[in-house]
Design a protein around this ligand. Structure first.
Ligand code: ARG
Length: 459
């Protein structure tokens, strides 16, 4: 049997394999609510412009609500033969209201319809992303505030570098997720034009009002070029790009949590609620949530790459290749939301171990730079010479198996005669972090300043 939508031109129905490769209903049913919202706006516009009779539009708009409730309650029978969500909804509408259903598609194509539905879906995800990021930022701010002056080692190359504060480290992630938030908002603002009414590719000869449908669906304006409107998947790619960068940030933080929660570090204790045990080793408490968050960037970036590859060779306007956009975006969105929520839960629940952080902060000659800076400031040495002298003292301490503050004054003076007892003041980690008062530095006052700024931004 030939197709109900385009059977006029066809004598034969599709091969089963054709149906299998062609059908998208298995996944695009997730856009049912968006599809019905778009159709209801389109129908209202067809009435307002005098293209359809009020009685037909009333039947269409009410019938669509019936279809929506059938889908929401799970009684709707999705059909693969009907290919996608658009034709499934329209076919069911016809069963419910009869002949007027066939008038809904006036001045419209599935090409502008799917672009509209998908944009509405992605827009919802950007909004959910914004909410998730704000929640995570607030959780980080709470951690930063509690430990604004707690000392810990700062690392480069994962080797002890200089002492920093816990608050400073938490606030570094606030900056990252804050940029993600701004990318989400930018993407939303840029994508918010309506493809509806672009029709198949060229627009339509019906006197439609694209401004009306754009406004009804919360778009800022109709997309200005009908060819572009049905061909554009930038909005999906921008979502995936934004999601990829955000997932990368989540992954870096997750990696730190994995390291920090190990017995060798003990910087943090993760809550039982966000840890798992081992089926064989009774002592184990594993940071599985962090590890899974770390892994999510792979599939999200994979989705970004996949859709870039789908789009890069497509001539204008619509090609069926574009149907492959949705599964990538759905999967990336699901996993990003889950990762954001899991990270927020972990951060809210975790305990920073102040003593372990402080003990590690002083280890590894972390205040060697402070000693070199002191030699510059007090003894008037060029920094390069101060660096060399301090290096020799680190070597001496290493040989003696002690830390820098444990060296005697005589040891110090053997490296440079100008060193006085005052030098020991700068070798303490508290002093070190308190001295780093340059804008954006790790000094607790600077950190508190940034916390206050972000609290204002995030409300
Ligand atoms: N299911 C299709 C998609 O996801 C809808 C658009 C189909 N348009 C067409 N001309 N075949 O892209």
């Amino acid at each position: 049997t030939s197709n109900a939508m385009w059977g006029g031109r066809f004598a034969d129905g599709p091969d089963a394999i054709m149906e299998a490769i062609n059908a998208s209903i298995g996944f695009d049913q997730r856009m049912a609510a968006q599809d019905i919202a778009g159709s209801r706006a389109h129908a209202a516009m067809l009435e307002a412009t005098g293209i359809l009779e009020a009685s037909d539009v009333k039947a269409i708009r009410e019938g669509l609500l019936t279809v929506l409730s059938e889908i929401e309650t799970g009684s709707f029978q999705f059909s693969t033969a009907l290919e996608d969500i658009h034709m499934n909804v329209e076919a069911r509408l016809k069963e419910i209201i009869g002949e007027p259903a066939g008038r809904l598609h006036t001045g419209r194509s599935r090409n502008d319809q799917v672009a509209t539905d998908f944009k509405l879906w992605v827009r919802d995800q950007l909004d959910a992303c914004e909410t998730g990021l704000l929640a995570l930022i607030r959780a980080l701010l709470a951690q930063a505030e509690a430990g604004a002056d707690w000392v810990m080692p700062g690392f480069t190359h994962l080797q002890t570098a200089q002492p920093v504060t816990w608050g400073h480290h938490m606030m570094a992630y606030v900056e990252m997720f804050g940029r993600d938030l701004s990318r989400v908002r930018d993407a939303r603002a840029r994508m918010n034009t309506s493809p509806l009414g672009a029709a198949a590719l060229a627009g339509t000869s019906f006197p439609i009002d694209r401004h009306m449908t754009a406004e009804a669906l919360g778009f800022d304006a109709p997309a200005a070029n009908s060819l572009d409107a049905v061909s554009d998947r930038d909005f999906a790619l921008e979502f995936l790009g934004t999601a990829s960068i955000c997932a990368m940030h989540l992954s870096r933080f997750a990696e730190e949590l994995v390291i920090w929660s190990s017995a060798q570090f003990r910087f943090v204790t993760l809550s039982d609620r966000f840890s798992t045990g081992s089926s064989i080793m009774p002592q184990k408490k594993n940071p599985d949530a962090a590890e899974l968050i770390r892994a999510k960037v792979g599939r999200i970036f994979g989705a970004n790459t996949a859709l870039m590859m789908v789009m890069k060779g497509l001539p204008l306007a619509y090609s069926k290749d574009m149907q492959e956009d949705k599964e990538q975006v759905f999967d990336a969105a699901d996993n990003l939301m889950l990762a954001l929520a899991a990270m927020q839960g972990m951060v809210s629940d975790m305990t920073a171990n102040r003593e372990s952080l402080a003990a590690a902060a002083g280890a590894g000659f972390s205040t060697a730079t402070d000693l070199a800076d002191w030699l510059v400031r007090v003894a008037g040495l060029p920094f390069r010479d101060a660096h060399h002298i301090t290096g020799s003292l680190v070597a001496l301490a290493e040989k003696k198996g002690c830390d820098l503050p444990d060296l005697s004054l005589e040891d110090m003076q053997s490296a440079h005669t100008g060193i006085t007892r005052d030098v020991f003041d700068v070798l303490g980690v508290e002093n070190s972090v308190n001295s780093r008062t340059s804008y954006g530095g790790t000094a607790p006052d600077q950190v508190r300043h940034q916390i206050a700024r972000w609290k204002e931004i995030t409300g």
